[in-house]
Design a protein around this ligand. Structure first.
Ligand code: FAD
Ligand code: UDP
Length: 365
């Protein structure tokens, strides 16, 4: 074989595998169907601003190992994500905390806030939340659910909240303190200079073929290396033998504006059902870029159709059961390992992708 490892996909997962296996003395080839490296963490510099090409990417983790690992490749700033929600012109702080509760109900103490939430929960008699709607109401009550969650979530996932798994909303903290930090993690920040530079460093000296889709020449790629690490869609790899897994798609609309500061925050969520996008990102605020113009992105969720980028796996029961069947097939493959958000069909944040990649590296020789 010409290579020890073929890595399909140059996202965070594939790039870490390529980097670490090259360090172990293996000859690696990375193929990437897009015309750039980095997958969804890709950033490009426009107007002196590092634009997050596939949606806002804020690095956060509680794992010291992961944090130290990624810090080899970049210095991080001390950015703290504090999105603001815009509901029909009313502004609320996120995640759900004492500022939000004050803005919603004018309650001023944790005790008052708890009492208000308890009163709202009581109406619904939810003992053991079975879906996202029940989970949300039992965490923060009906008003916040209706103004800040229902519209956003139904746009984001294209389904009713009562047909979505509860775990999605548990990603967001609920706090009885005046703290607008979106994450509870110990470490958080944005890599100074953008994410693409991290991936470039990981792939330094490694052969990468862009604009190369594994499925366009499958036989060639299956016979070029001793082992394959595949970070594309696992159901596609197996020719959708058991049926298609569901994903959620996105459309990004970019605009460069001739003004210094458009919205005063990196992330503003539009939580009503009517606004067709979920959020507007103003990229310069991630790194505090000092420049006369600004770049914004509106993020429109959409039905995913075959052939388009699959951004979010839909980790509900039906799809998880289907994935389990593909996972069993994957285990029977001798020399192919599936990794990353699409290969493992998991709603992974970056830190989890790094954690999984480092676990795999420990097992590979
Ligand atoms: P990907 O980045 O998807 O990389 C897979 C690569 O494989 C892609 O480059 C793809 O083109 C390539 N590929 C696929 N199929 C083939 C094929 N057949 N042939 C060749 N190449 C192929 N995480 C956070 O921690 N914080 C955030 O704030 C955050 N925000 C996000 C916002 C959005 C809108 C999205 C979609 C994700 C966000 N994430 C965030 C998650 C983060 O993007 C992922 O955890 C991470 O990028 C996944 O890396 P990956 O390598 O598994 O996948
Ligand atoms: N969410 C919401 N309102 C918001 C922000 C988030 O209801 O203003 C819900 C929504 O269901 C979303 C989930 O919380 O899918 C997780 O949000 P997160 O910001 O983690 O989503 P991501 O950045 O991964 O798209």
């Amino acid at each position: 074989m010409e290579y020890d490892y073929l890595i399909v996909g140059s996202g965070l997962f594939g790039s870490i595998i390529a980097h670490e296996m090259t360090k172990k003395g293996k000859k690696c080839l990375v193929i990437e169907k897009r015309s750039h490296i980095g997958g969804n963490v890709y950033t490009e510099n426009t107007e002196n601003i590092n634009v997050h090409r596939y949606g806002a990417h804020i690095f956060h983790t509680n794992s010291r190992e992961v944090w130290e690992y990624i810090n080899q490749f970049a210095d991080f700033n001390r950015y703290t994500n504090s999105p603001v929600a815009n509901y029909k012109g009313e502004l609320y702080n996120l995640p759900f905390n004492m500022n939000t509760f004050y803005q919603m109900w004018k309650v001023k103490t944790p005790e008052e806030a708890r009492a208000k939430i308890e009163e709202q929960k009581r109406e619904f008699h939810i003992e053991n939340p079975q879906n996202l709607e029940e989970q949300a109401i039992s965490l923060i009550g009906k008003d916040i659910y209706e103004k800040l969650i229902k519209g956003y979530t139904e746009k984001q996932w294209g389904r009713e909240c009562r047909d979505l798994p509860a775990f999605i909303i548990k990603r967001l903290p609920v706090r009885y303190t005046f703290d607008n930090n979106y994450f509870n993690d110990l470490y958080q920040g944005i890599p100074i200079g953008g994410y693409t530079r991290i991936i470039e460093k990981m792939l330094e000296g490694i052969e990468v073929k862009l604009d190369t889709d594994f499925f366009d020449d499958r036989d060639r790629w299956l016979n070029i290396a001793d082992k394959i690490v595949f970070t594309g869609m696992i159901d596609q790899y197996f020719d959708y033998r058991y049926g298609e897994l569901e994903y959620r798609g996105l459309e990004f609309e970019f605009e460069t504006l001739d003004m210094e500061n458009y919205q005063g925050n990196a992330v503003i969520n539009y939580t009503d059902a009517e606004t067709p996008f979920t959020r507007i990102i103003e990229h310069k605020h991630f790194e505090g870029a000092d420049c006369p113009k600004t770049v914004i992105t509106r993020e429109y969720p959409k039905t995913w159709v075959k052939g388009e980028e699959a951004y979010y796996p839909m980790n509900d029961d039906k799809n998880s059961q289907l994935f389990e069947k593909y996972r069993e097939l994957a285990e029977k493959e001798d020399n192919v390992i599936f990794g990353g958000r699409l290969g493992m069909y998991q709603y992974f944040d970056m830190w989890q992708v790094i954690d999984e990649a480092l676990k795999l590296v420990r097992d590979l020789d």
